[in-house]
Ligand binder design. Structure first.
Ligand code: KIV
Ligand code: ZN
Length: 545
């Protein structure tokens, strides 16, 4: 038997669309979630956790759509609450291989202060929930939330009961990122040795990165028998994020002798997936990020450059090509036609609808008038800016800006809205602030600019500037009162439901991302802001429909 045949396959469970979407400020719409799901499928993940259907109608709809569009297994998260489980099943049942992911906390601190339940109650709730899940779906994952701070003996008992009730995967989350690698590895070994029926289930781990140890803990778990890793693209997730998919995969590839497992990920798609997720979520990748950061393969010092030229392995433990990071090449010019344009996008791995190609082609033609050379990165940026799903309630018609170091900036903006053309002027601290103040005068409402990022898509004086903004609107008094009233007078199931209010429910602030692309950075800034407002309006319209 060869070495490769002895290796077991580790299941890659991607939770970018669920835990990753819980990243503060991230709010993906349906078509963005579907696009990420398609990218994940091409990347080769085994399971996509598409959302938490009970959290909101939007989550339900997204899980349902992902379930219908991809062939890999799709999981829906649910608490040990019958209504949650039934709703999750309703959303995910159309998948080729649906999975219900049922969780409840097993640490004393969570049971006492959050759930207000005894150990016996938690054990009973877990068994009841898994049995209900099993009556609907064969593929059941059960998670002991806050496992790394749970008393091991109690956790083993819950896991054994969950497997007896039908769980086929048992997940050990380091929910608060508290574990350290050796100890976490011992916990997994403990599960293997102390849960009598563990051979009937796959052991999974789900590590958070609060101490920067999520990848190390996941790798240690693999060394001790875990065969499913829960992770996210770019390490997105609650607080400090989750185990980063690209890091754990490249560690397995680069230091394979330590882990003895295989996986189904096509690593040459890692870079592109990371870039798309960063664009769609509006969370940029740090230049220092391992594997996918801009500096990950950059060599600045002369000594390093000399070594790299003599033999790349002097300073590179893996190649940029192995993660799909290749030089962006000149691809199309001003005279290229629609056919060449759509062929090129297809070769780059995009499957767009006719309407999306039309709108991307129009943007391409406009750009080709302003910019001499159009590269793959430009095309990627253009595709990323096709405004799928979002109607143009407001559309920028024109703008004029005056600014200088000895004057207050002034902006005059003209927007088309509802067939009307409206112009407003305002001053501000700089041209972007003035422009946003003028837009606010047209659209009204209490918008707060939470973040503003600008990035050059390619080098050169005529580079495209890409602006990403995140804006939020404070919850109105009426909305706040409703949220409080929802938590009153609870039964036991409702008690779990309320205590474990989905982490994905975004209370207080509702945040929206907008993107703008232009060779003129002020124009890109205005387009991004108007796009965020359009997205906010679209969401409000959907909620009140
Ligand atoms: O971090 C966590 O414990 C989770 C569970 C729901 C698996 O996200
Ligand atoms: Zn988590």
């Amino acid at each position: 038997m060869t070495n490769a045949e002895q290796k077991k396959k580790v299941i890659i469970f991607d939770t970018t669309l669920r835990d990753g979407e819980q990243t503060p400020g991230v709010n993906l719409n349906l078509s963005e979630k579907l696009e990420i799901a398609r990218q994940l499928e091409k990347l080769g993940v085994d399971v996509i956790e598409a959302g938490f259907p009970a959290a909101s109608p939007g989550d339900f709809e997204a899980v349902q759509a992902v379930a219908q569009h991809v062939k890999c297994s799709v999981a829906a998260l649910c608490r040990c609450v019958p209504a949650d489980i039934e709703r999750a099943w309703e959303a995910v049942k159309g998948a080729v291989n649906p999975r219900l992911h049922i969780f409840i906390a097993t640490s004393d601190i969570h049971m006492q202060y959050k759930l207000r339940m005894s150990r016996e109650q938690v054990l009973a709730a877990a068994v009841k929930a898994v049995k209900l899940g099993k009556s609907l779906c064969d593929n059941i994952e059960f998670s002991c939330e806050d496992a790394s701070r749970s008393e091991p003996a109690f956790m083993y008992q819950v896991l054994e009961a969950a497997i007896d009730a039908g769980a086929t995967t048992v997940n050990i989350p380091d929910t608060v990122g508290y574990a350290v690698p050796e100890e976490f590895g011992r916990l997994i070994k403990g599960v293997k040795e102390n849960v009598p029926n563990i051979d009937k289930a796959i052991i999974s781990v789900h590590c958070h990165d609060d101490l920067g140890l999520a990848v190390a803990n996941s790798l240690s778990a693999i060394q001790n028998g875990a065969l499913q890793i829960e992770c996210t693209v770019n390490g997105l997730g609650e607080r400090a994020g989750n185990c980063s998919m690209e890091e754990v995969i490249m560690a397995i590839n680069t230091r394979g002798g330590n882990f003895q497992v295989t996986h189904g990920i096509d690593t040459t798609r890692i870079y592109r997936t990371s870039q798309r997720v960063a664009k769609l979520t509006g969370v940029p990748v740090s230049i220092y990020k391992s594997i996918v950061g801009a500096n990950a393969f950059a060599h600045e010092s002369g000594i390093h450059q000399h070594g790299i030229l003599a033999n790349p392995m002097t300073y590179e433990i893996m190649t940029p090509q192995s993660v799909g990071k290749t030089e962006s090449t000149l691809v199309l010019g001003k005279l290229s036609g629609r056919h060449a344009f759509s062929d090129r996008l297809q070769a780059m791995g995009y499957t767009l609808t006719k309407e999306d190609i039309d709108s991307a082609f129009a943007e391409f033609k406009e750009l080709a008038d302003r910019k001499k050379t159009i590269t793959e990165s430009d095309l990627e940026a253009i595709v990323g800016h096709v405004k799928r799903d979002t109607p143009d309630y407001y559309k920028m018609e024109s703008f004029q800006i005056q600014s200088g170091n000895k004057m207050q900036a002034m902006a005059s903006i003209t927007l088309a809205c509802d067939g009307q053309i409206v112009t407003e002027a305002a001053t501000g601290d700089g041209p972007v602030d003035a422009a946003y103040n003028a837009v606010n005068r047209i659209v009204g409402g209490q918008w707060r600019l939470d973040s503003y990022d600008i990035m050059a898509v390619t080098g050169g004086m005529d580079a495209l500037g890409e602006v990403t903004v995140r804006i939020s609107r404070e919850e109105t008094q009426a909305e706040a009162t409703k949220t409080e009233a929802d938590g009153q007078g609870a039964s036991e199931a409702e008690q779990i439901a309320e205590a474990e209010r989905p982490q994905g429910v975004k209370a207080q602030m509702i945040s929206h991302t907008g993107r703008g692309l232009s060779t003129d950075i002020i124009e890109a800034s205005i387009l991004a802001y108007v796009n965020a407002i359009n997205r906010a309006k679209a969401e409000t319209a959907k909620q009140s429909a």
